[in-house]
Design a protein around this ligand. Structure first.
Ligand code: 5AD
Ligand code: FES
Length: 353
């Protein structure tokens, strides 16, 4: 089958074989990418209309006990400035976000042992107590099932944990030995099973990644059946072992966004900050390729320039209100509109697949 036929098949069957994905990802042309984006956008329009969901991102701790080779927050990075936000700081961010119209807060941090279940549950309950109509998404890395359950019971609704790469050998080239692909995937299955709306994801163009690896990521997503998928280009960070590696390409990231949308028409799919970092209109292009979520930063401006996963991260000098306004305008410029809604995952009732 040629690539155009494969893209049509993905849309109608919501699946391709590993070989078919590998062919598509390794040989697609600009025309194929634009064709996939057009179909993916039509799918997203069918499910979400011209509405873009917005999530307020609160990066509450830059401490991390892990040492991932790609990430600027890795514990070996002695140049990283570390900070922790208090419960009061976090609540202030959420209050400010609420005033700006946010109805989902994403609490993200490095894997920081300081935040025990007790502390985190208290934070989750307090945000829910103040804003019962909001959804809380956690993005705290790998924890025990017991911990995930306690946080869910405290009121958390969703959990983001990128699988990073579905291929165990590739995973081992991106992480130190103590981190295992299998454990991460197990965490994702646990999160889904106990009742979180769950998000996995990966970087596009990470070192050593092959088209076959990306095909494996697609099959992994198909199997896990997550409610959310977060992808963005790999971007080197100057204080990490991958400082001299190539960044992921805009085109590859856009193409992968489209393939994910075609495979899962109703998935919640952000146009990420990393995409906005490698191209001035990356997020707009991401939406036009099938994404339906944007995640402006709500972190206090004093700490923003300390949460640097990669180089040249955008929005580190802007106030929350500015980011919201900026994204509003960006979405309007391409005919879309940000909505203030929890933006929960909806099962599809009718599908053409
Ligand atoms: N470039 C792009 N994305 C990165 N992440 C971490 N480091 C980088 C980088 N250098 C992504 C990882 C992680 C998420 C929070 O950020 O996929 O899961
Ligand atoms: Fe933050 Fe544009 S989204 S300034």
């Amino acid at each position: 089958m040629n690539n155009r036929e494969l893209i049509e098949k993905l849309k109608s069957e919501r699946a391709l074989s590993k070989d078919e994905f590998t062919q598509l990802i390794s040989t697609y042309t600009k025309e194929d990418r634009e064709f996939a984006a057009k179909l993916a956008r039509e799918e997203a329009n069918m499910v979400f209309g011209k509405k873009i969901f917005v999530r307020g991102l609160i990066e509450f701790s830059s401490y991390c006990k892990n040492d991932c080779y790609y990430c600027g927050l890795r514990r070996s990075n002695i140049n990283a400035e570390r900070y922790r936000l208090s419960k009061e700081d976090i609540l202030r961010c959420a209050d400010e976000g609420y005033e700006l119209g946010f109805r989902t807060f994403v609490l993200q941090s490095g894997e920081d042992g300081y935040y025990t279940d007790e502390i985190l549950c208290d934070i989750v309950k307090s945000i829910k107590g103040a804003h019962s109509d909001c959804a809380i998404t956690l993005s705290l890395g790998e924890r025990s099932e017991e911990s995930y359950q306690r946080l869910l019971d405290a009121g958390a609704d969703r959990y983001l944990l990128r699988h990073e790469t579905a291929n165990a050998e590739h995973y081992a080239r991106l992480h130190p030995k103590n981190l295992k692909a299998e454990h991460r995937q197990e965490c994702l299955r646990t999160l889904k099973r106990i009742g979180y709306q769950t998000g996995c994801g990966f970087m596009v163009g990470s070192p050593f990644q092959t088209a076959e690896n990306l095909a494996e990521d697609m099959l992994f997503i198909k199997r896990l059946d997550p409610e959310m998928v977060g992808i963005g280009p790999f971007i080197p960070q100057h204080d990490t072992p991958f400082r001299d590696e190539q960044k992921g390409s805009l085109e590859d990231t856009l193409f992968m966004l489209s393939l994910i949308r075609l495979m899962k028409p109703n998935v919640l799919l952000p146009a990420t900050t990393a995409l906005g970092t490698i191209s001035p209109i990356g997020r707009e292009q991401g939406i036009l390729a099938g994404a339906n979520v944007v995640m402006p930063n709500l972190s206090p401006t004093e700490v923003r320039s300390k949460y640097l996963l990669y180089d040249n991260k955008i929005c580190t000098g802007d106030e929350s209100a500015q980011c919201k306004e900026c994204l509003n305008n960006r979405m309007k410029s391409i005919g879309y509109e940000i909505v203030t809604d929890r933006g929960d995952y909806q099962e599809l009732t009718i599908d053409n697949g």
